[in-house]
Design a protein around this ligand. Sequence first.
Ligand code: NDP
Length: 453
Amino acid sequence: MQSVNPYTESIVEEYDEHDEEDVEAALSRAAETFEEWRATSLTERRGLLTDAADVLREREEKYAELMTEEMGKPITEARSEVQKCAWVCDYYAEHAAEHLQEKTVQGPEDAETYVRYDPLGPILAVMPWNFPLWQVFRFAAPHLTSGNVGLLKHASNVPGCAKAIEEVFRDAGYPEGVFQSLLVGSDLVEEIIEDDRVRAVTLTGSGPAGRSVAEQAGKNLKKSVLELGGSDPHIVLDDAPIAEAAETGARARTINSGQSCIAAKRFIVHDAVYDEFVDRFVSEMEALQMGDPKDEDTDVGPQAREDLMEELHEQVEDSVEMGAEVRLGGEPEDGEGYFYPPTVLTDVPRDSPAGCEELFGPVASVFRVESEAEAVELANDSQYGLGGSVWTTNLERGKGVAARVESGAVFVNELTKSDPRLPFGGVKDSGYGRELGVEGIHEFVNRKTVFVQ
Ligand code: NDP
């Protein structure tokens, strides 16, 4: 397994892949460890999670640099990502007791009835490269703390991050086997899901990978949670604060060099403010600095892999062929590194790739609408339903639009972002189940009814 620096195009490091024997050893270690781990006290597990947060904070620079090298994330964003991982550990260390507390539910008058939250066992997490630390900690912090053990199959282009995460848990003092990284390709996922010792699976990634994992989980009657792609609307109404909507919109489209499932992707703008918004938005996108991801001033780094950048460009070219107009960017940069510039497409046909597919890079699709009703209709005219934002100076109007947009989250006058305290997930082809908050930690527990007569 190789990690390739997308800025220099050179190999960062090569790792030996785990073979079937290694996987077997990891699975049996996971199953054995689970029996001991589930018997530890919640206080002990919460203490270890706090220690993991400390390890992350101590090694912020090291892990930030590793992400930047393996997948090209701008260094300032990489540092924030490490801090956010520490935050999610702190959050569950503080709140797991309350989230997992037995809940009294009134049954028959003469019986004691309550629900308890027991762990399920080894959980497989299939994770992507775009937030290579955050996506994994978002899984591990709640689910290890509820008494499960974790098996990570990380994306093949970030093996260094996979090893680093294992190192965080080990150095924080977790027993060996509570969290293990399997350096395997996706071809081994099916047999891992089939294995009786694995009790559930979660995947963050593309639709095809999600469908495949859901199929295997379904066939084996195992619980699954899927966090897939999105094509989030950024709705700018006629009474929107235009400057903020444009500035935040550019940021929302280009965070992580545009490679985020909850990036704003479709900019749906009311006719009354269309020209002003588009002019400002194009200027904001144009002002972003693209370059060396290790440079603190860089806003947009290279795309993580060459094949993904080529795929993105094909989507742009096909959309232009179908009638979209390029207002900014639109061509990969020459020279070293997988650079795709901030790009703005207007007059985007709904059925073109930029209109109906996920564009996983810094390319914004802009649409003009005549009314709020049309904005909501267009926002919902998508296979996806992950996040979305609406911009208006009338908060009641914003909440009304939020109620009608079909997605897992809607933010009024703010970009869509994940927060350990708030549930996160999608509807439609963006997946199912929730991560984070109380809803997240309850996904992989047995909500057991106890009836005492
Ligand atoms: P993938 O969905 O292919 O990869 C995500 C993870 O799933 C990786 O660990 C990958 O392993 C694994 N995987 C891939 N195929 C299967 C399968 N059939 N069964 C089990 N596991 C599988 O994403 P890509 O990296 O190829 O990116 C492609 C597109 O996916 C992006 O352009 C973007 O649109 C979307 N995406 C969305 C993300 C999100 O946050 N929602 C994150 C990443 C991508 P391996 O690396 O070994 O192939």
